[in-house]
Design a protein around this ligand. Structure first.
Ligand code: PLP
Length: 500
């Protein structure tokens, strides 16, 4: 298996190279040159395995420059290491006979980002050994709230690695901010930026393609990489849980091999739902992929019209990890759906850069609509959904997951489609106690999120994740805030490089 850039057909690298580089030199994203098919027999084998072994089996199809032993070492460290509270790692929780919550937040930072970021540092480390000749890696992360913490936890004190995280100063939940500003580890740095996630993400992308930066780092024996979902090393581990959930549904007797399911994903940067598309391309029987957005409904409009237009107001919502107007991973979907036409992708991305919008061809549009549904809801509807789901099913969901439930219900009303449906439950409600309490009609404290957690616990009896509770005693280490245009200098300063 080799990896291409979405923006030029002459780039061809191994998985280890794709993982250490993070993004292609032409600004494109690395994509696998094919989708390894899963046979009926593979599915039967996978059903018998635990999560870590399913992971090893699936990853081995993509990481063909890794030995099977190397992959098993990584999957065991990530998924058999008690870092996930649930024994099944990604448990399925039924709401009714056809609706299942795929809980992806039992890792150390209580959001789905752990599913990939618990294994990616191990993959990165092995990739570096294969490709970097002893250079150290500098991981740059732009975060809308959850990736930053999950990457910090995954990479803290990792050998020959530095990690620098940028988050929008006023665009994350109180708990998300505390999780990052109290981060431990000798190789970590965290900065707020004055701006939103898109500013942070384009700042990071600009640093990646800045030859001055790569020269300066190179002369200090460092290379840049990314822990965002632009890195294929983030995306591949996310395929696993969709296939795993399907196996679990068969094992529970809820579906038969070959039955199609719907998958609903609360979406921001389009990484999680793209992983579901990759699973579909490998042979997972999927009826509809349902893309759920909050008030920043740029993807809803795109999927329904074929026009991507980021020229619109940006809203800060109760589901901050989805407050995004430039969804990076959409580039990968467009590449696959346009029969790997990299010059077309280059053209679309240039238009996005220049005019903030582009329009896809009729054939790409109709391919999108043959697979994807899209819908959105605002903060009021999100809050109502949190309340309804709790009242109806006794299930407490976070605002991101509630957006997905709301959009699924819209789809169900419209289509009457009764296929078994898996909703990606992407964060613990306790990461967003303030919004969740208010949604349940309770008063919430603006200043003390630990009080909110405790109150939510008293009210619902749901267990508070230990890792969130533990933050209350930790000192704040990182308070610096910078402008997006200064990110490059901040990186140099953090690394003690004289950039002038
Ligand atoms: C990151 C995140 C999302 C969005 O996932 P994408 O892969 O960026 O589409 C949704 N919910 C939560 C809780 C997240 O942390």
């Amino acid at each position: 298996m080799m990896y291409n850039s979405t923006r030029s057909s002459d780039v061809l690298v191994t998985s280890a190279q794709a993982i250490t580089r993070g993004i292609a030199g032409d600004g494109g994203l690395f994509v696998p040159d094919s989708f390894p098919p899963l046979t009926r027999f593979d599915f039967m084998e996978l059903q018998k395995k635990d999560y870590a072994s399913r992971a090893a089996f699936i990853l081995s199809k993509y990481l063909t420059d890794f030995s099977y032993d190397e992959i098993v070492e990584c999957t065991a460290l990530a998924y058999n290491n008690n870092s996930f509270v649930s024994e099944s790692v990604a448990p399925l929780c039924p709401l009714d006979d056809r609706l299942y919550m795929l809980e992806l937040w039992h890792g150390p930072t209580c959001a789905f980002k752990d599913m990939a970021l618990q294994i990616m540092p191990h993959l990165m480390c092995k990739s570096a050994t294969k490709t970097l000749n002893g250079k150290s890696i500098v991981i740059l992360v732009a975060t809308s709230g959850d990736t930053g913490k999950a990457a910090l936890e995954g990479f803290k004190d990792a050998d020959k690695t530095r990690i620098i995280v940028f988050y929008p100063e006023d665009g994350v939940s109180p708990m998300q901010k505390l999780q990052m500003t109290t981060q431990e580890g000798a190789n970590v740095a965290v900065y707020g930026i004055r701006g939103n996630f898109d500013d942070a993400q384009s700042g990071v992308k600009a640093i990646f393609t800045d030859t001055d930066v790569s020269k300066q780092l190179d002369s200090n024996d460092m290379v840049l990489s990314s822990a965002n979902s632009i890195n294929i090393g983030r995306l591949l581990p996310q395929i696993i849980y969709y296939i795993s959930a399907y196996c679990d549904l068969i094992n529970k007797g809820k579906i038969k091999q070959g039955d199609s399911i719907n998958i609903v994903v609360p979406t921001g940067n389009f990484g999680n739902i793209l992983a579901a598309y990759y699973a579909l391309k490998m042979g997972l029987p999927v009826n509809r992929l349902i893309c759920a957005s909050n008030r920043n409904r740029v993807l809803t409009d795109f999927i329904n019209s074929g026009v991507y237009d980021k020229n619109r107001s940006f809203y800060t919502t109760s589901s901050p990890s989805m407050d995004i107007l430039v969804s990076s991973n959409l580039e990968r979907l467009l590449y696959h759906l346009s029969d790997n036409d990299s010059s077309e992708i280059r053209r679309l991305m240039e238009q996005l850069n220049k005019n903030g919008c582009y329009c896809v061809s009729d054939s790409v549009k109709s391919r999108i609509n043959s697979l994807f549904e899209a819908g959105s809801c605002d903060d009021n509807e999100t809050a109502m959904t949190i309340n309804d789901v709790y009242k109806q099913y006794g299930y407490l969901c976070d605002p991101h997951t509630a957006v997905a439930v709301n959009v699924y219900k819209q789809y169900l009303n419209k289509s009457g489609d009764s296929s078994a449906t898996v909703i990606a439950s992407t964060a613990s409600p306790y990461k967003f106690s303030y919004s969740v309490l208010q949604a349940l009609g309770e008063k919430a404290s603006k200043t003390d999120d630990f009080e909110n957690m405790e109150k939510l616990h008293q009210l619902t009896g749901c267990e508070i994740p230990k890792t969130l509770k533990a933050i209350s005693g930790k000192p704040i280490r990182f308070t610096d805030v910078c402008n997006a245009v200064d990110m490059k200098n901040v990186v140099f300063k953090t690394l003690n490089i004289d950039g002038q």
